[in-house]
Design a protein around this ligand. Sequence first.
Ligand SMILES: [Zn+2]
Length: 445
Amino acid sequence: MSRRLEQTRISRRLEQTQFIPDEPPNVTGFLNQLQGKKERLVKLKRTPKMLKSSIQPIAWLNRQCLLGQTRAFHFTRRNDVPPIIWVVVRPIANIIAILAGRGLRKWWQKLAPSQQQKFWQLLKSRWYLVGGGIALVPAGGVIYYISHLEESPITERKRFIAFTHEQFMSICEFEAKALQETYKEVTLLDETSQAVRQVMRVKDRLCHANKDLAQMVEHNWTVTVVKSPEQNAFVLPTGQIFVFTGLLDFVTNDDQLAVVLGHEMAHALLSHGAEKMSFSQLVDLFIIGAMAAIWLFIPFDGIALITQWFYKKVTKLLLHMPYDRNMEKEADKVGINLMAKACYDVREAVRFWTMMDIAQEKDGENVAEFLSTHPSSRNRAEYFDHIMPRLLDLREVCKCPKLPPLDPRMLAKSERITSDSVRTANIARQNLRQVVKVPDDYQPK
Ligand SMILES: [Zn+2]
């Protein structure tokens, strides 16, 4: 292997540690490997300070702040089907699959038993053609799937992406313009307003502290604040950040806003939009095949219709929802890292999600849109509390100023206790109302 290739390989290895995993990696093993590469690492023209720090036991944390470059995230150029075509083709393909399956079944039912027998014999005599034809479909599907697997930026998870970056971005730009038009009818706040300045301030700090991530630099982050009581915020894959004033009224400081923005920006950094759309396309292909099979093999139209409805529900429950939840968890992990590197008070994440959980309990089903996918707020608060020691270590490595002595997690705890007490008291009051009220002047005989 040439020296240049070797250097690229080592450089790549270092760059691959941009994300704190759930558990710290095997530091001893990592150090042994790193020590072996020490001489070659010097040739990478990195600063001696960085090299020294990279072989400390907390090396896996240090590189969060010290690495100056990352591997750029590129979609490979392929002859993919543009997503907009799929949007049009999908319903038509669904109808064709149903009609083809149903038509074939009706044709078969009309055949006389002798003709059916004859047809079976013909199929048996041409078994290699039939078998080959049937095998081609899954084989083609597997090749299509494997050839479209890509590595997720930052977390390096393997995933299926069906579109080119350009195709997806052109759709998102179209969506962004449509959203701007939609919200013009509500009220978009002026750039000089306090709300916009708050969001800009948090956005800039997150961007600046995480500029070692190529994806952060590649995005053109813009801020739009919508005057609406909705407790919502989202970021388009193109980098347009939309925040509603309802959310700004809800958060008590910039740290809590950074929890939301970090999470939403992580979705954009990780290209979750393209991934979700690709996954839906993949599931749709399965559904189209299944639709044809349902209408072909189920002898009655009514039962076929119920089976189709049931199948779609099951697909949503078993495929789409778990997939969405995993992306949410990934955005949580990356988002909190962005926040820690920007020296925000990461403990506020626990308080924010506790506050959100309490608000959700009060509002019943009135849940903010960006929370509409799992995991639950309570689970999120517990998760952030669980990984807090590592996040605090990361802040330390990034030479962040000391945190205030009042721990927001203590406030969260007391708010939780108060909320639980009020809820218990309300339930008790409701139960008491059901008991027959005894008049104050009642005298037993
Ligand atoms: Zn999310």
